[in-house]
Write a protein that binds this ligand. Structure first.
Ligand SMILES: [Zn+2]
Length: 613
C-alpha cells in the first residue's frame, strides 16, 4: 500500500533557475591537475574561438538597465547579535517577495529519472521537460509554453511517476521552491541556529540551520541557509519541507540566488535529487532535476500586457539613394524583415538571449566555415542562443539559432561547427525563404503560445540535402581533421537517445533524433573511434550546464569560466546529464572580475583552434 498510494507533493516544480553553473563540470572537487584527461576544452575552445573579437565586459549595460526600476531596500543598522541578523534576513526575505510580486519570469525544469548502471552509476533512463511563465504575485501561478495546456505543469512533471506514486500537488509547493517560507518565515515559526561563517564563491556568508517549531504546521522549511554578511540576504537554501502531510512527500532541493540587481539576491536555480542506490536500499524514486529561472526583466513580463507589437525599425532599406528597389532587393528586404521580426519576438518572449558574447564565438565558427568554402551571401549570417535546454538548432532567414543545452553538451569546436554547418547549409541552399513572418500580425500572440505560433522545421528532403551539404562544408573547413570527434559525439548521443526523449524533443526546429535514433549528420556517425566509457580521455559529450551561463535578470548569455577538472572514473563523464548547480557567487557589480581562475587553453586534446590546421 505504501508504494502505490504514496503521494508526491510537487514542491519540486516551481522553481527556478539559471545562471552560472560552472559547477556542472567541476562538481567533484578534484584538483585541476591533469589537463590532458580533463573535462576539457570549454576553456580552450572559448579562448580559441573568441580570438577575433574579445568580448567586452557587459557590466555597463547591466548597471544602467537593471536597477532603475527597483527601489533599494532601506539600509539597516549593522546587526550586533545573531538575533539581529535573523531579523534582518527574514525582513529582507519579505522585501524580496514584494519586489518580485509583479514579475513573471520563465521557469524551466529538466528532470532525468535514474537507473543504476554497474559501470556508470545512476544514469538517466527517462526524462521530462517543462517550460512556463511563473507569476510571482499573491498566488504563485504559471502558464506553460508547451502544448498540452490542459495539463498543468505539476501534473505532467509528476506524470513520469504515476506508475509508482499517486500524486498530489499542493499549491504552496511552488513558492516553497523559490522562497524559504512565503508566509511565516520568522522566529515564531522557526528555530534559527547559527553554524559558522563560510565563503560561497567571493561572498562571505553566515550559515544557519533552520528547523520548524513543533506547532508550526506542515510543510515548513527544514535545512540550512546561507546569508551574505553585508546586506544580510539569503543567497542559498538547502533542505526540504517538514513535516509532510500524511501520504505525501517533499523533494530535497538546493536553491541558489544571484545578486543581479543592487540590494537583491534573486532566485535563479534549484537542483533537486532523490534516490538511494546503496546496496539493499529499496529504491522508490530516483531522479535529478535542474530548474532554471530567467526572464525577470522581460519588457512584457506584465500579465496585463501579453499581446505585443513588434516594431520593424531594425530593417534598413539598403537600396542606394534615389533608386527604387529591384524585385530581388525587395525580396531580400522582405526576408530580412521576417527574420528580424522572429528574432525580436523570441527575445521578447524570453526564449532567445539578447545579442552577446556567446554569439561572437558562434559567429567565429560560422565564419571559419564560410571563408574556407568561399561562401559569399548577400546578407551576413548571424548566430543567436536559444535559452532553453533541449538540444536544438534552427535557422530563420540568415540567423542560425542554437540552444544553450546543445552548446553545453558539445565536446569541442568541431562538433559545434558540425551542428552549425547543418543550418548554414539550409541558408546556402536557399531553404529559408519562408517569409510569412514578415507580416506583423503573425507576431501578435501571447508568449506562452510561442511554440504554437512559430516553427522553422524543414521537410525531410531539405534535411537530407542540408546534412549532405554540411558534410561538404566541414570537409573543406579547418575542422576537416576533427570530424572523428563529431562522430564520437553522435555515437554518444545515440547511446543516450532512447532515454532522453524530452531533451531531444525540439520545439522550433527539426529534431536531431527521431524515435530514439539520431538522424542529424548520420553520414558522420560512423566516423571516429568506438564509444568506450572506460577510456577516461575519451570525452564524447559533456554534462548539461557546463558552458553557457545566463543572467536570469536580463537574459544575457556568456561562456562559463571553469578550470578543467580531472576525470577519475567513467562515472565522472556524465554525458548529457543533469548535475548540481554550484555557481561562484559574487556581489552585484563585482562580476567584471574574473570569476574563476583563467585556465590555460591549448592543453586539451579535443580543442581546436580555427586556422591552426
Ligand atoms: Zn535542418
Amino acid at each position: 500500500m505504501r508504494t502505490t498510494n504514496w503521494m508526491v507533493t510537487a514542491a519540486l516544480l516551481v522553481s527556478l533557475s539559471a545562471a552560472a553553473q560552472q559547477a556542472a563540470n567541476s562538481q567533484s572537487p578534484a584538483p585541476a591537475s591533469a589537463p590532458d584527461a580533463s573535462q576539457e576544452s570549454q576553456s580552450s575552445r572559448q579562448t580559441a574561438a573568441a580570438q577575433p573579437a574579445p568580448p567586452p565586459a557587459s557590466q555597463p549595460a547591466d548597471v544602467q538597465s537593471a536597477p532603475a526600476a527597483q527601489p533599494l531596500p532601506a539600509p539597516a543598522p549593522a546587526p550586533t547579535t545573531m538575533d539581529d541578523v535573523v531579523n534582518l534576513f527574514s525582513q529582507h526575505e519579505h522585501g524580496l517577495i514584494k519586489m518580485l510580486a509583479k514579475r513573471t519570469p520563465i521557469v524551466e525544469t529538466y528532470l532525468q529519472n535514474l537507473a543504476l548502471d554497474p559501470q556508470l552509476g545512476p544514469v538517466p533512463n527517462e526524462d521530462h521537460y517543462f517550460l512556463g511563465r511563473m507569476d510571482m504575485g499573491e498566488t504563485i501561478d504559471r502558464k506553460d509554453y508547451l502544448k498540452e495546456e490542459e495539463k498543468s505543469m505539476q501534473q505532467r512533471l509528476m506524470g513520469g511517476f504515476q506508475r509508482l506514486y499517486k500524486v498530489q500537488y499542493q499549491p504552496l509547493g511552488f513558492s516553497w521552491m523559490v522562497y524559504a517560507d512565503r508566509t511565516d518565515f520568522d522566529r515564531n515559526h522557526y528555530e534559527f541556529r547559527y553554524v559558522r561563517r563560510e565563503f560561497l564563491g567571493d561572498v562571505r556568508c553566515l550559515v544557519f540551520d533552520v528547523t520548524p517549531k513543533k506547532d508550526a504546521g506542515r510543510g515548513r522549511f527544514l535545512g540550512r541557509l546561507w546569508v551574505e554578511d553585508q546586506g544580510y540576504n539569503i543567497v542559498r537554501l538547502n533542505g526540504t519541507y517538514y513535516p509532510a502531510p500524511r501520504n505525501s512527500y517533499f523533494f530535497h532541493m538546493d536553491s541558489w540566488r544571484l545578486n543581479l540587481i543592487p540590494g537583491y539576491w534573486v532566485p535563479s536555480f534549484i537542483y533537486s535529487e532523490e534516490g538511494d542506490f546503496s546496496a539493499g536500499a529499496k529504491n522508490k524514486m530516483a531522479f535529478k532535476a535542474q530548474t532554471r529561472i530567467w526572464g525577470y526583466d522581460l519588457k512584457r513580463g506584465n500579465k496585463d500586457d501579453e499581446l505585443t507589437q513588434i516594431r520593424v525599425d531594425s530593417v534598413n532599406d539598403e537600396t542606394p539613394a534615389n533608386q527604387d528597389a529591384s524585385p530581388l532587393q525587395a525580396e531580400r528586404v522582405w526576408q530580412q524583415q521576417a527574420e528580424d521580426n522572429v528574432v525580436e519576438r523570441l527575445v521578447g518572449g524570453g526564449l532567445l538571449a539578447p545579442e552577446g558574447d556567446v554569439d561572437r564565438i558562434l559567429q567565429t565558427v560560422v565564419n571559419n566555415l564560410e571563408v574556407t568554402n568561399n561562401i559569399d551571401l548577400p546578407r551576413p549570417v548571424r548566430t543567436r542562443v536559444l535559452l532553453t535546454s533541449p538540444l536544438e538548432t534552427f535557422s530563420v532567414g540568415n540567423t542560425i539559432v542554437i540552444s544553450r543545452g546543445l552548446v553545453d553538451v558539445l565536446p569541442d569546436e568541431a562538433s559545434l561547427a558540425a551542428v552549425l554547418a547543418h543550418e548554414l547549409a539550409h541558408i546556402v541552399l536557399g531553404h529559408n525563404l519562408g517569409s510569412k513572418y514578415a507580416f506583423n500580425d503573425r507576431m501578435l500572440f501571447s508568449d506562452d503560445t510561442t511554440y504554437q505560433n512559430l516553427g522553422f522545421r524543414h521537410i525531410p528532403e531539405e534535411e537530407e540535402a542540408a546534412d549532405k551539404k554540411a558534410v561538404e562544408l566541414l570537409k573543406n573547413s579547418p575542422y576537416a581533421q576533427k570530424l572523428d570527434n563529431v562522430g564520437l559525439f553522435l555515437k554518444a548521443l545515440q547511446a543516450r537517445a532512447p532515454a532522453l526523449g524530452a531533451l531531444l524533443t525540439t520545439h522550433l526546429g527539426n529534431p536531431l533524433a527521431s524515435n530514439g535514433t539520431v538522424t542529424r549528420l548520420a553520414a558522420l556517425a560512423t566516423q571516429g573511434p568506438a564509444l568506450d566509457n572506460s577510456k577516461l580521455d575519451q570525452i564524447a559529450a559533456l554534462p548539461l550546464g557546463g558552458r553557457v551561463k545566463v543572467n536570469p535578470w536580463d537574459d544575457k548569455a556568456e561562456m562559463v569560466k571553469t578550470a578543467p577538472v580531472a576525470i577519475t572514473s567513467a562515472r565522472d563523464k556524465m554525458p548529457f546529464e543533469v548535475t548540481p548547480f554550484f555557481p561562484r557567487l559574487n556581489r552585484y557589480g563585482a562580476s567584471a572580475l574574473p570569476a574563476a581562475a583563467p585556465t590555460t587553453a591549448a592543453a586539451s586534446p579535443n580543442s581546436s583552434t580555427p586556422g591552426s590546421n
